[in-house]
Design a protein around this ligand. Sequence first.
Ligand SMILES: Nc1ncnc2c1ncn2[C@@H]1O[C@H](COP(=O)(O)OP(=O)(O)OP(=O)(O)O)[C@@H](O)[C@H]1O
Length: 326
Amino acid sequence: MSTPLLQMSDVWLRLPGIANRPILAGVDLEVAAGEVVGLVGESGSGKSVTARTALGLVPRGAQVEGRVLVDGTDVLSAPADRLRRLRSESAAMVFQDPRAGINPMRRIGDHLTEAARFAKRGEDVRAARKRALDLLEAVGLPHPERHLKQFPHELSGGMLQRVMIAGALMGSPKLLLCDEPTTALDVTTQKEIVSILARLQQDEGMGMLFITHDLDLAASVCDRVHVMYAGQVVEHASAKELFASPQHPYTAGLLASTPSLEVVQERLRPIAGTPLSLLADPLGCTFAERCDRVMEGLCTTQRPELVEHGDRADRCLLNQTTEVAG
Ligand SMILES: Nc1ncnc2c1ncn2[C@@H]1O[C@H](COP(=O)(O)OP(=O)(O)OP(=O)(O)O)[C@@H](O)[C@H]1O
């Protein structure tokens, strides 16, 4: 197998003075070329911090340990100029809110060609403009020439997110990190944006990390899915296996609390309790206090490791205990 484009190994991120527990606690994650890896989990589980750490964008005051390789570059030790180049040449990110990532005072064309100035081939402005026009067309915008001259406020949220996707692709990245790219959009626009992303990912052979709350969306877009809880990956598997037979009670809980048009469920069952506070740092499993299968005396005192079972893995003592017993 080829070397992954993104390789995160045992990544820890702490925010002293803000959080008692680590924000990321030993995250392992790989994305290969041509592959879409999903990252799902409730709000606050660490999905965005994982993606941002992959590009060396860590919160101020953060203490980070572990290893992050993006296309061979050691992100956590690379100097700032190497990281800047990496973010324009090898990897790019699309965020949830397109308006937060664009200067409202600059024309769309300037935004797009500015990104090209950092690109590997040192394109001149004309070549960058041509690429911008091609990409605006590829993301389904009706009037690329006109859009180049427009300001962000002249476009709807869905149109602007297409511009942001075009901008992310200006440097022909090998790796695209998408952080809830459709959450802020209406359902029809969401579907269009997702299908554009999926087509571009395949056309360009990019590796993609796709962060979403939406499990149905993850099931339809991703090859593999990682489930995060309280800063840890608690389960990962191929999308097909994960949704057909979740092994971790948290994954099962997420599925049971997700409305689905395909499967008519009698009643949605929300996961009891609330996500682990940043001030809590329990001795045992971080999900124990909400788990409907908790083994008292065991889960509350022992931290489970992520254990592989074939090509999937989960972090649950229940499965490990059953294995030993069996
Ligand atoms: N700069 C920061 N300062 C303080 N706390 C932070 C910072 N960035 C993230 N956190 C905290 O780290 C935890 C993980 O945040 P993160 O944004 O990665 O979660 P998430 O899973 O992406 O959630 P959401 O789905 O809501 O975006 C949260 O508890 C968040 O409050």
